[in-house]
Design a protein around this ligand. Sequence first.
Ligand code: NDP
Length: 434
Amino acid sequence: VKRNYSEKEFHQAVALFLRSLVPLLAKYPIYMEKGILEQITEPERLITFRVPWVDDNGKTRVNRGLRVQFNSAIGPYKGGLRFHPTVDSSIIKFLGFEQTFKNSLTGQPIGGGKGGADFDPKGKSDNEIMRFCQSFMTELAKYIGPDVDIPAGDIGVGAREIGYMFGQYKKVRGAFEAGVLTGKGIGYGGSLGRKESTGFGTIYFVQEMLKDSGFSLKGSTVIVSGSGNVSIYAMEKARELGAKIVACSDSNGYIYDANGINIDTVKQIKEVEYGRISEYIIKHPEASYSEGCGGIWTIPCDVALPCATQNELDEQAALTLVRNNVKAVAEGANMPSTPEAIDVFLENKVLFGPAKAVNAGGVAVSSLEMAQNSMRLSWTFEEVDAKLQEIMKNIYQSCVDAAEEFELDGNFEAAANIAGFRKVADAMIAQGVI
Ligand code: NDP
């Protein structure tokens, strides 16, 4: 479509998605007749705004803020905020589009949204981060609310940033509306288990996928790209279930530790010191560090979990993983595998868990955080984790059911798209052309 001419990532996501709907559209032509595809690929709204802030040297800086409110057919817009220099309308629209169907898959009443800014948090002082978050929220506050649009974290936005943004929202609105943001600190409306939920959920999905095929995480070798929120808790849960994690990375390079990565060290470097993964070998000289993040996929493993960013795993990397006998690949990040890489996995019968299904645990627990905020109570970690496990099992089952109904030969990529799409499309038809 000409109007989205330059939006490469958005085109990639939509093309992959539409390709997998073919069997559904053939069986149920009503979705074409009602013009659902034309409506569903156009966001309800894309907001862009100026984010001016002053750095520690007194210099004025300006970034661009964005929020896409993609689809509200089944609930208020919901999706994270990303602070990264690569953020633009293509990235935010691809993420918002994917989020719509992921949220539908969770079974929770949440629509799709996403946002962020082309701000680079790396090397910024804590005060600079705070001033940026405050300026960003001063503008965003006009467009969000607990029943309208509920942002959360994503790349570059963790508990610290959510805290600063919540503080500013409260000041601008003059009200303590806990349900406006998720991923909040436990002391002011956050949910136990939210921090761990995307990574833990990823592993719960992998567990189901492996169980059905007679494999297990116990005794398996795992590599996980990234060393952020998703990666750290995927590593933690996989280790708890008996896997050995031998490698992880950041945007500069990757570490390999044949004895198994020490996750406490990674947490200290990344969550406490905001440092680089290369620092790992100072504490663990037996491990090695290599520059460049793509090389991580050359390490032999049973399970590969891309948990860093979009298009980080290409066709060559996929072929190498297959050559090294990988059994399962599950996407903790959003769209980490290129379309060519996905084809390699599917052609070679590698168990493949697509992002929409695999990483939906984060937004699912965000929705549980909203529910707790509405009821003004807090569930225990165990209660939240039990609900997360149940949700991930249901998502897995939705994929199995769609794969069976449409004879997809175990293609969960297509199955997740079909299952997520139907609920949103049916709600849109019921609500008319609006
Ligand atoms: P974080 O910012 O916590 O961590 C991101 C990690 O990926 C960091 O290690 C980062 O390295 C690395 N990374 C970022 N950009 C690149 C790049 N261009 N090349 C290589 N590595 C890179 O983010 P999250 O863990 O929250 O998010 C990771 C992925 O998971 C994203 O795709 C996100 O959309 C998705 N996701 C996150 C959810 C959540 O709940 N947080 C929910 C669902 C999906 P460095 O430190 O060098 O920047």
